[in-house]
Each structure stands twice: as structure tokens, then as C-alpha cells.
Write a protein that binds this ligand. Structure first.
Ligand code: ZN
Length: 356
């Protein structure tokens, strides 16, 4: 049995699209319960509210407190007004994940308004849940994708470029992890679709990342910013959305998880650490050195890390530390389980040594 849930029901992108949000929203409902991060809502509301008023939409806003936890979901759910048709999340991945869970609990359709290009949360039916302290708990698979995703490229271009760099690292992994995870399933149509989407991610990132990051510094919602945003959102979401378990994250995310035992890496954004994990994955998988060097040249060009030093670890890890990284990467909940063969701790420590 294979389930595919590949995309948001409707995905609308463009510079300034939030000014027309009401036009779209009124097709689906009258009353909105909005959950937004403080910064995100202060930026988006300037564009959204006039459009709500113009189209006669009612709305109430609850402020997201920063963590996608079950406790936060309970709190937000208790703030929901009685009469609502839609739940709208405004913000980064965590704000969207938490508000998506609120929507699912209230059995209302979800509208996503991403304000940074860091993850594909705005198009998927998955929420990642953490403790209030930010430790990973589990994933929730919701029975619906977003009803509507509104991507205003001008808002994205106004966010810190580092989030986009992290989104680029995480989206690059869709290809490098996807092709390894998919081994043995290549003849399966949903897997092929997932890999085709992963190839779109790769090609778009290689072509436009450098320009998009430059444009982000100027807050310019350029063509390149649009391309990269779409790669991080709709192309990235389609990889797992079509392929599910056959095109999942695997060793790059596994190594990322393992690296959480190294204190110094905590300040780095998720996708930036995943990018390092991709290099380790290629060594675990025994891929040709010239391909690894080729990818490293791309990293250097756009500012992704090629060593632990660039992740803030300016010392050599001891053998014991490397062993602890490997053990955590091999824990039963780690994405390492999606590798098509069994990976040993020696393979992981050796891969990190080679990467270094
Ligand atoms: Zn990731």
C-alpha cells in the first residue's frame, strides 16, 4: 500500500500576493482564526488586514509563543473562537507546524502563510512536535494537506538570508538522501515522481542559490528568490509527498541528529547542519570523491559548511565524542533507519573523519 499526499490544495506565489489574500480566502470561508509569530504577524498583517476588511472576512489573532509543543497547541486551541471556518498560520516552520496541529484538532482546513523560506512545512501534512524546551518529541501525520498556501515573495525577501541558506541545505538533502533511500523502489511510480521533484530541487538550487542569497541581502524579491522559495516549498514538499517512505530523509539527517551531542553546533540552523550531513552521507555511501568535491565547491560558493569548524566546532572531536555522535545517529527514531542497508557506527565515524 502506498499513500501520496503531494502538495497543498492550492499554492499561490508572487510578490505582494498577501494584498489579495481576501479574494482567495472568501472562496473557502468567512471567519479566520489566525495564529502568528509576533514579528511575522506584524509584517503580514499590514497587507492581510485591509484585504480581509475589503472582502468582509472576520478574524481573531492568537500570538504563537515560539515552540511547536503539545502544550502550546492546547493553549492555542483554548483561544479559538466558536465560529471559525479556517485556521491560518503565519510565520516560520514551527509556527506553521503548531497551527496546523491546532487546525487538525479543531477539524478545520488550514491556510499557511510562510514568512521565511526555511522548511516545506507550508505545503505538507506533517507537524514536527517538540517539548516546550525544544527537544524533539514526534511527527504528526495529519489527514489533510494545507487547503491554501499563500507565499508572498516580498515578505520572504524581507527575512534574514540565513534562513534561506538553511532552507537550501535542507532542500539539497532531498536529492542526495532521496536517491539513496529510493534504492530498490526505482520502478515504483510515486517514487519516480518524488525523485523527479528532488531533481527539480537540485537543479533549481544549483542554478539560483548564489543569486538569490545576494538578492536577499538587498531584500529584493527577485526572480532568483522566487525560484529558490518555490524549490524549498513546493518542490521539496512533493519529494516526500509523492515518495513517502521511499524518498525520505536518511543518513544526512541521521548525522545531523547525531551532531546534536556536540554543544557548539546548537546555535546553527537545522538545514546548515544537514548540509554537512550530506557530505558524510556521501562518504558512508562510498560515492566518488570527485562528486563530493564538486558539491563542496558549490557549498563554498554559497556559504554552506564543509567542515565541523564551519559549524562552530573549532577543535578536533575525540574518538569517544565521535562514537557518541554515531550512537545517537543510530538511535531507533533517527532517519538513519531509512538507509537501504544497515549502517554501523564505524561507518559513521569513518565518514565524519573523511569529511573532515
Ligand atoms: Zn530537514
Amino acid at each position: 500500500m502506498h499513500l501520496a499526499m503531494a502538495s497543498a490544495n492550492a499554492y499561490i506565489h508572487g510578490s505582494g500576493v498577501l494584498r489579495q489574500a481576501g479574494e482567495w480566502l472568501q472562496k473557502y470561508g468567512k471567519n479566520l482564526f489566525i495564529i502568528g509569530g509576533r514579528t511575522a504577524w506584524s509584517k503580514a498583517s499590514v497587507l492581510l488586514v485591509p484585504s480581509f476588511l475589503e472582502h468582509g472576512l472576520g478574524y481573531e489573532v492568537a500570538s504563537f509563543q515560539g515552540e511547536s509543543s503539545y502544550e502550546e497547541v492546547e493553549r492555542l486551541q483554548s483561544l479559538a473562537p466558536k465560529e471559525i471556518d479556517l485556521v491560518m498560520g503565519v510565520g516560520g516552520g514551527k509556527a506553521l507546524d503548531a497551527s496546523k496541529t491546532v487546525a487538525a484538532r479543531l477539524k478545520k482546513p488550514f491556510v499557511a502563510v510562510p514568512t521565511v523560506a526555511g522548511t516545506c512545512s507550508c505545503v505538507t501534512h506533517i507537524s514536527v512536535m517538540y517539548t516546550p524546551q525544544g527537544v524533539f518529541v514526534d511527527y504528526i501525520n495529519h489527514p489533510q494537506n494545507s487547503l491554501l498556501t499563500l507565499v508572498d515573495t516580498a515578505i520572504i525577501a524581507d527575512s534574514p538570508a540565513n534562513y534561506m541558506l538553511s532552507g537550501i541545505g535542507d532542500t539539497l538533502a532531498k536529492w542526495y538522501e532521496g536517491i539513496v533511500c529510493a534504492r530498490g523502489h526505482e520502478d515504483h511510480v510515486p517514487t519516480k515522481l518524488g525523485l523527479a521533484a528532488a531533481k527539480v530541487c537540485l537543479d533549481t538550487l544549483v542554478q539560483y542559490s548564489s543569486q538569490a542569497l545576494k538578492d536577499m541581502e538587498k531584500k529584493d524579491p527577485s526572480y532568483a528568490v522566487q525560484q529558490i522559495t518555490d524549490a524549498i516549498f513546493i518542490a521539496s514538499g512533493a519529494v516526500g509527498g509523492f515518495g513517502m517512505e521511499t524518498t525520505r530523509a536518511c543518513a544526512a539527517h541521521g548525522v545531523h541528529d547525531g551532531l546534536t551531542v556536540v554543544e557548539e553546533t546548537h546555535a546553527m540552523l537545522h538545514g546548515i547542519k544537514v548540509a554537512y550531513g550530506i557530505l558524510a552521507l556521501m562518504h558512508i555511501d562510498g560515492q566518488p570523491l570527485e562528486e563530493i568535491e564538486h558539491l563542496k565547491a558549490f557549498y563554498r560558493n554559497i556559504g554552506l559548511p564543509t567542515s565541523l569548524a564551519e559549524l562552530g566546532v573549532d577543535r578536533k572531536l575525540t574518538d569517544e565524542e565521535l562514537e557518541r555522535v554515531a550512537q545517537l545517529a543510530l538511535s531507533p527514531t533517527s532517519f538513519m533507519r531509512f538507509m537501504p542497508y544497515s549502517v554501523s557506527s564505524a561507518m559513521i565515524t569513518e565518514a565524519i573523519r573523511k569529511t573532515e
